[in-house]
Design a protein around this ligand. Structure first.
Ligand code: HSE
Length: 429
């Protein structure tokens, strides 16, 4: 006796929603063979039916995603609307309350409300799957929740925003400044008209908060993620980084140690001989360190119609196969509440770029400020002087605390011979 089809309702028919409809249509036979039952779309919801470019004539149509979440003839509600509040949140809550499984690509929704939604899903005995929310087509949630379940994970880090990685790569390859590359990326449709979520690091922080919860079995804590974006990175920093043997990447880094978490998103200098340095353009990468497996790195497309739809459909096929997992690796009521360390306690090495008047005693003053705050210099580069112009000076430090580094920079910024705010970039080992 063939098993009944799994019925799917899809809310949002934009890039990812449209891609999901097409993947389910184009791969219907393979999916049915792999799941042992057909997976069929029964209903769709969107703002408009115009210009979709794929056939939805066989599906029930809803203008209202919340109504579809409540009423559709569907086992699974797929939320591809976006946004942490409004219709997306209301529709996901309605679907879970109606006892439907939910699949979403919505990182903001999970980062802000994952704890409550996971409790709701578990109380109703349904799945809440969100593979596409973190690093698009890379199956990182599946890797952590399933394949690496025999490990104690120590650290998860990655390049998880294609827009930032594209901008940093293009700045380096073409020697251009941030504003010019961002404008070109917007004109080409690679960056959003309002790019702030991407370039200010918020998108990466959403993804990191989710990864932290899954990797370490802890309650989601987006508000304590330290977040810095890439707006202040200049072409000069990128050139100096290359000269020093590094490449600048926007990294999200999470670790669990001594009863606390580190969760930080910031531009980072990674050594040129590290694999992450060579993940370029729109590609994403996630590196997971486990006590048994050692280091695993996954690279792939973190955005776009087909890679993101691929992850959404993977989540749907898990439900079709009857695979049901706790939302964040362990049941919601077993997630630990672990504090995130203040960024001032971070220990690492630093790159510092100063703009100095080239006059006697300037270096002595800078060195004194470093000494007074227990910061030890590792190397220094000074560019040739143009008559009457300040000189760029770059130094790297040995490991120190963020608190010491910040205090030293505050003291340096007050020196008369310093003509611009000092710039600092963290170096990852
Ligand atoms: N805007 C993201 C990026 C993809 O540029 O990678 C969706 O999170």
């Amino acid at each position: 006796m063939p098993k009944e089809a799994l019925k799917v309702a899809i809310a949002g028919l934009g890039t990812v929603g449209g891609g999901t409809v097409k993947v389910l249509q184009n791969h219907a036979d393979e999916i049915a063979a792999r799941c042992g039952r057909p997976v069929v779309i029964t209903a769709v919801a969107a703002l408009s039916k115009e210009g979709l470019g794929f056939d939805i004539s066989g599906y029930a149509w809803y203008d209202d995603a919340v109504a579809m979440a409540k009423d559709a003839d569907a086992d699974v509600f797929v939320e591809l609307i976006g946004g942490s509040e409004g219709v997306a949140r209301a529709a996901v809550e309605a679907a879970l309350n109606a006892g439907r499984h939910v699949v979403t690509a919505n990182k903001a929704l999970i980062a802000h409300h994952g704890k409550a939604l996971s409790r709701l899903a578990e109380s109703k005995g349904v799945s809440l799957n969100y593979e596409a929310a973190v690093a698009g087509g890379i199956p990182v949630i599946k890797s952590i929740r399933e394949a690496l379940a025999g490990n104690t994970l120590k650290r998860v880090q990655g390049i998880m925003n294609g827009t930032c990685n594209y901008i940093l790569t293009t700045m380096r390859e073409e020697g251009l400044d941030f504003d010019k590359v961002l404008k070109d990326a917007q004109d080409l449709g690679y960056a959003e008209a309002d790019p702030s979520f991407d370039i200010d690091g918020v998108d990466t922080a959403h993804k990191l908060a989710i990864l932290t919860s899954v990797a370490f079995g802890v309650e989601l804590n987006f508000k304590d993620v330290h977040v810095e974006g890439i707006r202040h990175i200049s072409a000069v920093d990128i050139q100096f980084a290359e000269e020093l043997g590094y490449r600048i990447k926007l990294l999200g880094v999470a670790s669990r140690e001594n009863g606390t978490l580190e969760q930080r998103v910031h531009p980072t200098m990674v050594p040129l001989d590290s694999p992450l340095a060579h993940v370029e353009g729109v590609f994403n990468a996630v590196v997971i360190d486990g006590d048994e497996v050692d280091t695993v790195m996954q690279v792939g497309r973190g955005a776009g119609e087909r890679p993101t739809a691929s992850a959404v459909v993977g989540d749907i096929t898990d439900i079709a196969r009857g695979i049901s997992l706790p939302t964040f690796s362990v049941p919601a009521d077993k997630l630990e509440s672990v504090p995130t360390r203040d960024m001032n306690e971070h220990v690492g090495a630093y790159y510092v770029r100063l703009s100095l008047l080239d006059q006697p005693g300037v270096f002595a003053d800078v060195a004194a400020a470093l000494r007074d705050h227990q910061v030890s210099m590792e190397s220094m580069i000074q560019r040739a002087r143009e008559p009457g112009e300040p000189v760029p000076v770059v130094l790297t430090t040995h490991e120190t605390t963020e608190a010491n580094m910040r205090a030293a920079l505050d003291a340096i910024a007050k020196l008369d011979s310093v003509t611009e705010k000092p710039r600092m970039i963290r170096i990852e080992g």
